[in-house]
Structure formats: C-alpha cells, structure tokens
Write a protein that binds this ligand. Sequence first.
Ligand code: FAD
Length: 276
Amino acid sequence: MATSISFEFFPPKTDVGAEKLIVVHQELQQLNPQYFSVTYGAGGSTRERTLSTIDALHGQGAPVAPHLSCIGDDKARIAELLDIYKAKGINRLVALRGDLPSGQVGLGELPYATDLVRFIRDHSGDYFHVEVAAYPEMHPQASSFDQDIERFAEKVRAGANAAITQFFFNTDSYFYFVDRIKQLGIDAPIIPGIMPITNASNLIRFADSTGAEIPRWIRKQLAAYGDDSASIRAFGHEVVVKLCQRLIEGGAPALHFYTMNQTEPTRQLVKDLGLA
Ligand code: FAD
C-alpha cells in the first residue's frame, strides 16, 4: 500500500494569495492526499484568516485540518473555534502550543500543547482526530532530550492520536525518536514533516527559527550554488527524494509536506516518489 501523504498550507495574507491558494489546492488535490492542514498564528493572530482559508477549502475534496494553538489564548475563544469546526463537520485538528508573538507576555490559560489536547478532549470528547507536533532533534526550548521525549509522551497520553514532526534531514534522528517513544509504550503514528528545498536563505531562516539542523554537507552545497536557483532546486529535490525514500523504507507511516503554498516542488517530489 502506498504511503499516505498530507499537505500543509498557511493562511494567505492577501486576496491575491487566497486566489492563488485555491489553484494550488486544486492541483495538489490531484495527488490524492489524506488531508490538507492550515496553520494558525499563535495568540489567535490569524484566527479569521485560518477560518476563511478553511472555509474556502472545506468540502472541495480531501478533508481539511485546521491547526489550533493555545499559548496566549483563552479557553472560551478556543472552545468557540472547536464548536465552529464541529458545526462545519470538520473532525481533524493539529493542536500546538505556538510561540508567543514578540511583545506578548501572558501565556494564557493553556500554556502547553498537552493542556490544549486535554481541553479539546474535555470539551469535544473523541469527536476530533488530534495531531500534535514532535521534534526528532529536540524542541529548542527543552532542557534535555529525555525530558522532551517525556513531555511528548504526556501529550499523547492526554489524548493525541498522532504526531507530525518538525522538518529534519537526518533520518537517524527520526528513527531514534520513534524507538524511544515506542519504549515508553506509545504507539501513535509519528509522521515525518517534509520541507522541500527550493531557496537556501529561506531554508536557513526556517531552520534557525525552529531549531532544525541543516547538515553541513547540505549547507555547503547550497552555499556553493550561490544565486544559481535551478541548481539549488535540482540538488534540493535529490536530497529530499532520498530522505523520503529512506523514511518510507524504514517504515514511516505517512509523509506530511510543508508546501509553502506552492504546487511545485511538492508535486514533483510526490510524483518521483511514486506516491501520487
Ligand atoms: P509543546 O508540546 O507544549 O512543547 C513546547 C516546549 O515545552 C517543549 O520544549 C516541551 O518539552 C516543553 N513542555 C511541554 N510540556 C511541558 C510542561 N508541562 N512543563 C514544562 N515544559 C513543558 N506554531 C503555530 O503558532 N501555529 C501553527 O499552526 C504551527 N504548526 C506547526 C505544525 C507542526 C507540524 C510543527 C512541528 C510545529 C508547528 N508550529 C506551529 C510550531 C510550534 O507551535 C512551536 O514549535 C512551539 O514552540 C511548540 O509547540 P508544541 O505544540 O510542540 O509545544
């Protein structure tokens, strides 16, 4: 059976971006994904845009899965969103803590993703299929790998059904994380998050802000290509195809692509992996 795939979008900021996303969604829909997820700005900063993006995509093919973050937000506003999604017949969520926007200080009533998962279960029972975040290379704020793994296990025990990872390029970190989680008796699927490589400076910026590691050999090769974007894309494609192949061979249950609201290069990756 082919490994299943899912695609992540962020809510566009402009009308032009929203119109473009409709086209990207239709094109990626042809690849038969399990679902499309839409990110949510921490503290509710994209609440309306996430909702309108979800409205635009819901009912147009594969199910949609809104992300929902809890830091700096309050229970009443989160409960309201849960009720809105349920009323629309949306039954998947990606539940996150989020990162506080600069300047915002209060953690809110639900400071960690585990608190959010618990709240979702208390409020909506088993209605939602809930995915959470996982960090094979450790969350940047965790004090130790062991503690991060234990916190992750708590999040699943609180009621998460599965997890999507931060992007990574080192498959050993993923398989080690999965082994450690299994040793704790957790059998929730851990789905690798796949970041296509198209632009060196964007990739380095994402990696620096999320604590993901770009191996030296990839950094050096990207730097050597300079402004030659065609070579960067070709090299990036080869690296990510091999990464995905190793993950599939090693038993990854599915792949979740960070599309950056673009059809290519995700479509090419999925096709070359034979997953369409
Ligand atoms: P948590 O699971 O709460 O963990 C955060 C940190 O707190 C970790 O270091 C953990 O070890 C520690 N911790 C957990 N519980 C406790 C506790 N009880 N006491 C002390 N420490 C604890 N961000 C957004 O704002 N919007 C999005 O849509 C979004 N989508 C994402 C999708 C994916 C697949 C991933 C991987 C990340 C996404 N993020 C998103 C980013 C995410 O919000 C940040 O990485 C954030 O810093 C942590 O979120 P979390 O849900 O992993 O937090």
